[in-house]
Write a protein that binds this ligand. Structure first.
Ligand SMILES: [Zn+2]
Length: 340
C-alpha cells in the first residue's frame, strides 16, 4: 500500500464541489452521477465529512487517502473492492466512510443504497421490498433488510420539539377487516375499536406542523396520556373525537375540543381531526396496496417512514435524501436487531 498525504487537501476541495446542487437530486441525476462506486463513496464522504475528514475510531481530524496498488483494491479474501480507504493521522487506523453508519458491513454496492434511500424518501406511498428488489436487481430479502435499515434512520427521537397550538389526536386500527374473513376465521366483537385482530395506532398532529405516530398495546387513557405528555405542550389545544379515553387527559391541556362523529359532526369551527383522518386513510391505502403483510412488530418502523415523509413534505426529494444520509451516521442496525 502507498500512502499519499497530499490527497487530504485535494479531497476537501473535491468534497466542497460535490456538495453543490444536491437538493436537485432525483432518480436520473443519481443514475447519471453516482452509479459508479467511486462516485457514490465520494458523494457520501462529501456529506459525512463536509467539515473535514474525522476518524470514526478516535474522532480526531485529518487522514490520508490510501491509494490502491495499481488502482485495484482487494479485500482480505482477495475480492476486488471499490471501497475508498483512509488512514487516521492520530490513531493510524484505517477506515472508510461506511464505518459507524447503517451501510457498515454491507455487501450491497453503495450506489444501490443511494437509490434505495431516494425511493424511500420520494415514494409517497412507500415501496415494497419486492419492488425495491426488482429495481435494484437484488433479492427481496436483501431489499427488505436495506429498507428496514433506512427506516431506522427515519425513527423519531425524544429530543423533538413538543407540539403546540392546535393539535389533533386520533387512533386507527391496522389489520385485516373482519367482514372480509371467512366465518370460521372471524373473531367475535372485533369491528371498530377492538384490538383482538388489529393493531391500534395513535397519531398526534400539530396543525400545519408535524406528526407523531406509534402503535399501542391497548388503547387506554393511561397509554394515550403517556404519549401526549411526551409529545404535546400543556398549552396546546387538543382536538379529538368523543372516545372516552381522551376525556381525563384532555383536562390537562389548554383546551379540549371534542367532535362527535357519532352524531354526524365532523367540523365545528377549528375543532376537527381532518388532518389525522387524511393521514390514516393514506396510510391504510398504502399499507394494503404496497405492503401486503406488515406484521405488528414491524409496524412502528413503517409508521416512522410515513411520519418522516409527512414531516419533510415541504422539502425537495434531494434535500430529504441528503438529510437522511446525514442521519445514517451513527445508526447501526444488525440483522439480529431487525428480526427481534
Ligand atoms: Zn483515529
Amino acid at each position: 500500500m502507498k500512502y499519499k498525504s497530499s490527497m487530504k487537501h485535494k479531497s476537501n476541495k473535491e468534497n466542497k464541489k460535490s456538495t453543490m446542487d444536491k437538493t436537485e437530486l432525483n432518480f436520473s441525476v443519481i443514475a447519471k452521477q453516482y452509479s459508479g462506486e467511486d462516485e457514490a463513496y465520494k458523494f457520501l464522504e462529501s456529506i459525512r465529512w463536509e467539515n473535514g475528514i474525522t476518524c470514526p475510531h478516535c474522532k480526531s481530524k485529518g487522514a490520508d487517502f490510501i491509494e490502491a496498488n495499481d488502482g485495484i483494491r482487494k479485500t482480505r479474501t482477495g475480492k476486488i473492492t471499490n471501497r475508498r480507504i483512509w488512514r487516521c493521522h492520530t490513531c493510524k487506523k484505517q477506515f472508510s466512510v461506511l464505518v459507524g453508519t447503517i451501510f457498515e458491513g454491507t455487501k450491497i454496492p453503495l450506489s444501490k443504497w443511494l437509490f434505495a434511500i431516494h425511493e424511500l424518501v420520494a415514494c409517497k406511498n412507500g415501496i415494497s421490498s419486492c419492488e425495491l428488489g426488482r429495481k435494484l436487481g437484488i433479492t427481496q430479502k436483501s431489499a427488505w433488510f436495506m429498507a428496514q435499515r433506512i427506516r431506522s434512520v427515519m425513527e423519531h427521537n425524544s429530543f423533538e420539539k413538543k407540539f403546540s397550538g392546535e393539535v389533533e389526536v386520533d387512533e386507527t386500527y391496522i389489520g385485516g377487516k373482519e367482514k372480509n374473513k371467512h366465518a370460521s376465521k372471524k373473531t367475535a366483537n372485533t369491528q371498530g375499536r377492538s384490538v383482538k385482530t388489529k393493531t391500534p395506532v395513535l397519531s398526534v398532529i400539530e396543525r400545519n406542523g408535524k406528526i407523531y405516530s406509534q402503535t399501542l398495546e391497548t388503547v387506554s387513557s393511561r397509554n394515550i396520556k403517556a404519549i401526549l405528555n411526551d409529545r404535546v405542550s400543556k398549552e396546546a389545544i387538543l382536538n379529538t373525537d368523543t372516545f372516552s379515553a381522551y376525556n381525563t387527559v384532555g383536562r390537562e391541556y389548554g383546551k379540549h375540543n371534542v367532535i362527535d362523529h357519532g352524531r354526524g359532526e365532523y367540523v365545528r369551527g377549528n375543532a376537527h381531526t381532518n388532518n389525522a383522518e387524511g393521514y390514516f386513510s393514506q396510510l391504510k391505502r398504502s399499507l394494503s396496496g404496497t405492503f401486503h403483510h406488515v406484521t405488528n412488530k414491524h409496524l412502528d418502523r413503517y409508521l416512522a417512514e410515513f411520519d418522516y415523509r409527512y414531516n419533510t413534505r415541504k422539502e425537495t426529494d434531494g434535500k430529504r435524501m441528503i438529510d437522511t444520509i446525514r442521519k445514517s451516521v451513527g445508526k447501526k442496525l444488525s440483522y439480529k436487531d431487525l428480526i427481534q
